[in-house]
Write a protein that binds this ligand. Structure first.
Ligand code: DQA
Length: 142
């Protein structure tokens, strides 16, 4: 089974970006881990990152067309992008929402809502990069 792991804005700087919140694992390491975890689960994993809302929407539209399961960390788009909400609503294969931190308990109130959660079969937050492993396992078991 092919699975897309899609990452939104600023996640390309993982490891350098506020490591006290997001951890020390680099984005390149996250990509390698997801591919390896996927292989162990019998999944063919492709990991992407974009800072551009339209590009993320384009990828989600292709995932909808191709019935590809998605692991999505939409980063800040999670909290306000109705375009991402509408794109996620079209997905028929499983969608798992993942966050490295737990935005729902962070001090900024705007982080407490998610446009992705209503469409997700699971929401995994606050488990660091290991949350991606859990998300892939959830898809493998779905
Ligand atoms: C994040 C949490 C979001 O609130 C934030 O905007 C991010 C990363 C996370 O993985 O913890 O960029 O999605």
């Amino acid at each position: 089974m092919r699975v897309l792991v899609l990452n939104g804005p600023n996640l390309g700087r993982l490891g350098k970006r506020q490591p006290e919140i997001y951890g020390h694992t680099t984005y390149a390491q996250l990509v390698a881990l997801c591919v390896e975890w996927g292989r162990d689960l019998g999944l063919e994993v492709e990991v992407r990152q974009t800072n551009h809302e339209g590009e993320l929407v384009d990828w989600l539209n292709v995932a909808a067309d191709e019935h590809t399961p998605v692991v999505l960390n939409a980063a800040a788009f999670t909290h306000y992008s109705y375009a991402v909400y509408d794109a996620c609503a079209q997905l028929e294969a499983p969608l798992v929402e993942v966050h490295l931190s737990d935005p729902f308990t962070r001090p900024e109130e705007w982080r407490h809502t998610s446009v992705v959660s209503p469409h997700a079969v699971r929401v995994i937050a606050g488990k660091g990069v290991d949350g991606y492993r859990e998300a892939l396992a959830a898809i493998a078991g779905s």
